[in-house]
Design a protein around this ligand. Structure first.
Ligand SMILES: NC(=O)c1ccc[n+]([C@@H]2O[C@H](COP(=O)([O-])OP(=O)(O)OC[C@H]3O[C@@H](n4cnc5c(N)ncnc54)[C@H](OP(=O)(O)O)[C@@H]3O)[C@@H](O)[C@H]2O)c1
Length: 324
């Protein structure tokens, strides 16, 4: 084997890794775009606006002069956010109450009506789908309903909202617009104790990829963001004491919510999918290099995997006693 062949063989994996890292590298060094100028619209709609990442997104977009439709469930929190956005950035901000856990036998769920009437008469050109929550627990625990609700809130509702928004954009003849979805690095790997969360995020990521050709044809940029851990109230929902004890590990790698928002401004319309933060970037790369199976094997032996084993033992013990 000549030196040229050896060089080529060694070069191939390097090129492949660079290719895999391209969206992250592109995002890191790209300039922050002014989305007000890029999409020439007056309003942006942000779901989960009162949450950690949602608030940062609202602030960054309002700073660029965009009016904000802030979607969430808590009127008081949204009112507070809107009046702060209006005074700090001199824009218009309106609260929109919508609960994405609602279903309506697969016709149009009630939240679509709420979003539609909030948008009436407004030039809304950007939608950020950020609302979401996690539930940590064993599938053996009696909380299957709560675990299944995660799929409804994180995944199914996004189908309805994207479908409604895209139709609206097309009907209003907007030339260019954007839809951003906040997925998670969990989309790439089975996550013990958070199986419905990671599955819901995988659904959202693949859904966005599948819709992209139609969106592109309609002049709509679709961006999916895959953040690693982010310092927000997101983890307050953990009622599992054992999982809470693992929070130091999450905090060690976590970025601030403003980093996610800045990543969006750098990448929308330039790339389709971006990993975000140290865990997002290297986690995604690891999964591409060693494959989901290997990462799942590792996950099963550290962190949540270990806790899952303890929980399983607990329930197996409980069920065995009940059977006796
Ligand atoms: N924090 C992380 O480590 C991390 C990592 C990767 C991805 N993410 C994703 O980032 C997104 C934002 O999370 P965050 O970290 O900012 O957490 P957060 O502070 O808990 O915010 C979550 C937001 O989702 C909204 N929401 C929850 N359930 C809802 C429902 N049924 N209907 C409507 N809205 C609902 C909440 O609205 P209310 O104000 O009405 O409760 C809240 O504003 C989520 O999609 C999450 O999966 C987070």
């Amino acid at each position: 084997m000549g030196p040229c062949t050896v060089f080529c063989i060694l070069l191939l994996p390097v090129l492949w890794i660079l290719y895999a890292l391209y969206p992250a590298l592109r995002t890191k060094w790209a300039s922050v775009q002014n989305l007000n100028e890029k999409y020439a619209c007056q309003w942006v709609m942000v779901t989960g606006a009162a949450g950690g990442i949602g608030q940062s997104i609202c602030d960054d977009l309002a700073r660029q002069g965009l009016n904000v439709l802030a979607v969430g469930r808590n009127q008081e929190k949204l009112d507070e956010l809107c009046s702060r956005l209006q005074t700090s950035h001199r824009i218009l901000a309106e609260p929109v109450i919508a609960d994405f856990s609602q279903t309506d036998n697969y016709t149009s769920p009630p939240y679509i009506e709420a979003l539609e009437s909030a948008c009436a008469g407004k030039d809304v050109g950007i939608l950020v789908l950020n609302a979401g929550l996690a539930q940590v627990g064993s599938v053996l625990a009696p909380n299957a309903r709560a675990l299944a609700a995660i799929a409804q809130i994180n995944a199914v509702s996004q189908v309805y909202v994207v479908e409604w928004f895209m139709r609206r954009l097309v009907a209003h003849g907007r030339v260019t617009s954007a839809v951003v979805s906040i997925s998670s690095v969990a989309a790439f790997t089975p996550t013990p104790l958070a199986s419905t969360y990671s599955a819901s995020k995988a659904f959202v990521s693949r859904f966005m990829d599948g819709v992209r050709p139609e969106a592109t044809a309609a002049g709509i940029d679709l961006l999916t963001v895959h953040p690693g851990p982010v310092r927000t109230p997101f983890y307050d929902c953990l009622d599992d004491q054992t999982a809470k004890r693992g929070m130091w590990l999450v905090n060690m790698w976590a970025t601030g919510p403003e980093a996610v928002s800045q990543a969006i401004l750098r990448s929308v319309g330039r790339v389709n999918n971006i990993p975000q933060g140290f865990v997002g970037v290297w986690g995604e790369l690891a999964m591409r290099v060693v494959g989901t199976g290997t990462v799942a094997w590792i996950m099963d032996r550290v962190g949540l995997g270990l806790i899952a084993r303890k929980e399983r033992a607990l329930y197996v013990d409980k069920f065995a006693k009940r059977a006796d």
